[in-house]
Design a protein around this ligand. Structure first.
Ligand SMILES: [Zn+2]
Length: 640
């Protein structure tokens, strides 16, 4: 059967099951969804028939109104505003003319939805568009506005992509059963450039495709392997926005990839921010750029955002479900259901199996699972692989800050702009509010503010306690007065020469960004203090400082870019326990929890230094008596 025949058959199956008064004008494959366009508004409102059909065919079928029956947007906008109570404070209305969807942005989205969704239903009935509601973010994000604009402007191109992707997903299965193989293209027995190729007889899916920002010789995944064929790649799944998982995806678009990328909406927004910054930093440092901004835009247009728990066909024989990973905003564990019940793989990406201030712990609730691919960042059996409790980590942080402030010093905390920064904002705000840390200014530099704005746009991903604090007690730590955004180089000079303060700046491992400049300026003074709160990869400047290097050649941009020795006299503190990764105990607890209710056959350990991956695999094998391995890069493991 050809692709056209197969799609024709699916359309026919749908048509046959629909009553004739539905008045279907077309059936369209739109990415993983099948859209049924109708002239009958009743069908758009009460779509039980479609829901039932979707369940039976195991496809995502959505109703859409034919353009001829939709109210014109100018009138529809007046209608929406007359239905929704004024207290809802609508701040924007956005139209998607092709698929007939309208997004209403309001300060109180609950009032747009109404009790049991009645207000929303009324809107739908009156204007014959499908409405959805988003909360007006308390801090507006530039990148989200740009993305919204881009997607709107390139609507036709987006439709073409979705149609093509839909066609590929619903192509006929050529073989039944067959093999399943995993090939490690990067990030195995190392941290950085994570990339895993999942292959069946039918399809090829890439999970994560990152760069190693700390390395120049092994910066990119090994896409040169014969196993990897861009032409036949069905889809890319991105677990989270950090560059070691998402930084190389635009490269594939530069070389013509025209398939889809699946991740959460928060991941899409955050990774765009990080990729654009990666290009900026590389350009400033005169490095060769693997791709340009155009490739990043292409990636945005090819991204299909998914919510946690949404089951989606991404290839003819592969279904993807994303589950919360507890690592950073929008981070996900990717669950792949292959064949019809043939095999199930969960790939953890980076995950935290503990509740943090920001996020709920990683999910273990998979319907079925045969193979688990787990990160191993803290998988070794040394003291560093076990983290202190969060309470003692917070106490240690407070002590380091207070003693620095007492001797009139300045505290520098290098952080990843996404994740640790927001976790620390919550912690610091609380201790200042409670008077445990003196009321000193906290300066936030680089992309942290923009990343924080994205956090406030997606409250649905935040931990329950934090959401409760923000929405029911009106306490939003991200908006607290103690934080000041730094936006010029001159301001930095004033800060380092000024009164005691705390500076939070990316990058977290001093591989670039404002934290490096702050370090250079603050390092020679004993009264200052640098506090590391995240993992420092081998070879990075952060790692060298942590290992005790006291004379570091650094470039002073104000002096013709000459390298000069910086003498490190400042206090150097490391506070473990804030990490977004699971420590060894949490990794083992996670495996125990999963094997407790699912018949796991195989565990593959990746994303960790050599000894950590091997040690974790050995331990899991011993405890659970299941096959556990730590493959090298370029190895292929056959699962079925
Ligand atoms: Zn990460």
């Amino acid at each position: 059967m050809s692709i056209t025949e197969s799609r024709g058959l699916i359309k026919q199956q749908i048509m046959e099951k629909l009553p004739s008064d539905v008045d279907v004008t077309k059936i369209e494959f739109e990415g993983p969804e099948i859209a049924v366009y109708t002239r009958n508004p009743k069908f758009l409102i009460e779509n039980d028939i479609l829901k039932d059909l979707a369940r039976r065919l195991r496809k995502r079928i959505v109703p859409r109104s034919d353009p001829s029956v939709r109210m014109v947007p100018e009138e529809a906008e007046i209608e929406i505003k007359s239905i929704v109570p004024e207290d809802a404070e609508i701040s924007g209305i956005f139209w998607d003319h092709i698929i007939g969807e309208v997004t209403i942005e309001a300060k109180k989205p609950g009032l747009v939805i109404g009790r049991n969704g009645t207000t929303l239903k009324e809107i739908k009935r009156k204007i014959i568009w499908r409405p959805s509601v988003i909360r007006t973010p308390p801090i507006s994000s530039k990148i989200i506005l740009q993305l919204r604009h881009l997607i709107q402007k390139e609507n036709q191109e987006r439709q073409r992509i979705l149609k093509r992707v839909g066609g590929r997903i619903h192509r006929p299965l050529l073989m039944k059963g067959g093999f399943i193989r995993i090939t490690s293209l990067g990030g195995f027995r190392e941290v950085g450039r994570t990339c895993v190729l999942v292959q069946t007889e039918e399809s090829n899916v890439l999970v994560d495709c990152g760069v190693n920002v700390g390395s120049s010789s092994e910066a990119f995944p090994r896409l040169d392997l014969p196993e990897f064929d861009l032409e036949n790649l069905d889809a890319i799944v991105i677990t989270h926005a950090h560059l070691d998982h998402s930084g190389f995806v635009p490269f594939l678009f530069k070389y013509g990839f025209d398939g889809s990328v699946y991740c959460t909406k928060a991941t899409r927004n955050l990774m765009t921010l990080l990729q654009l910054d990666y290009l900026d930093v590389a350009e400033r440092e005169g490095k060769l750029l693997p791709y340009d901004q155009k490739a990043v835009k292409k990636l945005v247009l090819h991204t299909i955002p998914l919510d946690y728990g949404e089951v989606t066909d991404i290839a003819p024989d592969i279904r993807l479900t994303l589950h919360n990973a507890g690592h950073i905003l929008g981070s996900a564990i990717a669950h792949l259901h292959i064949g019809d019940g043939l095999y199930n793989i969960a790939y953890t990406g980076d995950f935290k199996y503990m509740r943090s201030r920001l996020l709920e712990p990683a999910s273990t609730k998979f319907p079925r699972l045969e193979a688990l691919i787990t990160e191993s960042t803290y998988g070794g059996n040394t003291n560093q692989d076990l983290m202190p409790s969060r309470n003692s980590a917070e106490r240690q942080l407070v002590n380091l800050i207070n003693s620095t402030v007492k001797r009139k010093g300045i505290v520098l905390i290098p952080v990843l702009a996404v994740g640790r920064a927001q976790e620390l904002i919550i912690v610091l705000e609380e201790y200042i509010r409670r008077g445990i840390i003196e009321e000193i200014p906290i300066y936030i530099d680089g992309m942290i503010s923009e990343a924080t704005a994205i956090h406030t746009t997606h409250p649905e991903y935040l931990a329950r306690d934090l959401r409760e604090k923000i929405f029911h007690r009106g306490l939003n730590p991200f908006l607290a007065d103690c934080f000041t955004q730094v936006d010029s180089v001159d301001a930095r000079m004033d800060i380092v020469e000024g009164e005691p303060s705390i500076i939070m700046a990316p990058s977290g491992m001093l591989t670039g960004g404002p934290s490096v400049e702050y370090f250079r300026l603050l390092a020679p003074e004993e009264k200052n203090c640098i506090i590391f709160v995240s993992y420092q990869v081998d070879g990075t400047l952060g790692w060298r400082i942590q290992k005790g290097w006291r004379e570091i050649p650094m470039i002073d941009r104000s002096k013709n870019g000459r390298a000069e020795i910086t003498n490190v006299k400042m206090e150097i503190g490391t506070v473990d326990g804030f990490s977004g990764h699971s420590d060894r105990k949490q990794l083992l607890d996670y495996v125990k929890e999963v094997t407790g209710h699912l018949p796991l056959e195989l565990v593959l350990c990746c994303h960790g230094e050599n000894t950590k991956c091997v040690n974790l695999a050995n331990t899991i094998r011993k405890i659970h008596r299941i096959d556990a391995r730590a493959p090298n890069n370029l190895e292929t493991v056959r699962l079925k």
